[in-house]
Design a protein around this ligand. Sequence first.
Ligand code: GTP
Length: 344
Amino acid sequence: MTMTQKIPATVITGFLGAGKTSLIRNLIENANGKRLALIINEFGDLGVDGEVLKGCGNENCSEEDIVELANGCICCTVADDFLPTIQSLLDRPDRPDHIIVETSGLALPKPLVRAFGWPEVRTQVTVDGVVTVIDGPAYRDGLFASNPDAVQAQREADENLDHDSPLEELFEDQINCADLVILNKSDLLDEPGLETATAEIRARLRPSVKLVKASHGLIDSAVLLGIGAAAEDDLDIRKSHHDGEDDHEHDDFDSFVLELPNPTSIEELVSKLKTAIEDHGILRIKGFIALEGKDMRLVVQGVGNRIQHYFDREWNTDEPRSSRLVVIGEHGLDANAITRFLQG
Ligand SMILES: Nc1nc2c(ncn2[C@@H]2O[C@H](COP(=O)(O)OP(=O)(O)OP(=O)(O)O)[C@@H](O)[C@H]2O)c(=O)[nH]1
């Protein structure tokens, strides 16, 4: 009797805008004939990542193979969202060769990996590897480091406090869970910057964890897939700040969707967005813009103060030509002020 082989699944994690979607897009295009199924979880409900990936139009991964989970962070909705989704992929007559799960940039990977250990899943699927994508320039600029002054002040006020910043905690949870870490956006770091970042990150990883550099998520699929970690079996070595907690919240972060009047100039739009990002400490901004007089849809991607934009396709006749952006930042983001400024 032959045993049915478990389907390998790769969990892709990494902070907002680190390059997870770019990595997956590249993987789809270089899958060497493997049929991939994607489960995409995004913070903010515009579904930008799903749209970008569906835009690939690749036979290794058709639109039906892409499932979007938009009800909040996957780590909090595993039972309601993730498990039924995995089950429905497994019930298909044409099962995928490999499942890729893109978590939202704010998700803790460990609760998701734990879900793969649930009895109904573990007999059929195994976590081939947890891949953590790091935004190189954001790391260099200290986004994930705790603020030493603030920590000292807290320590003096109460020595029992958890001293880490929310961004640092999340970063640590994401790298602690990894089997493979990708230092992405290498093109934006100089050689000494790359060396420093590599050495510092290396020192924080378990010895068995591989660290590779990449630009635009370009990684050989042979490095990415086939790690064979069975991560669901060794959760204990993957330390989390939330170990022992039944539940956790994402209330360190806020997000909202903003509708803009359709702009007439890309340059003006980008300059306004940059001002808003700087004035309000926005971490991530992305969405679709209907530029006046253009039949193409404009995709806007902002990570920190870096903004990219490109036309991806013509507007469909049955969709409203409107301009909508999702805005994400740390808790306390002033949605009203940002909206007033960008709509004005
Ligand atoms: N210069 C440079 N830009 C990159 C690189 N990788 C990704 N980007 C850009 O960074 C932005 C965010 O990339 P995504 O792949 O959408 O990042 P993500 O991690 O999926 O983002 P979220 O799903 O919002 O967390 C896009 O504008 C990308 O084109 C890179 O290696 N170098």
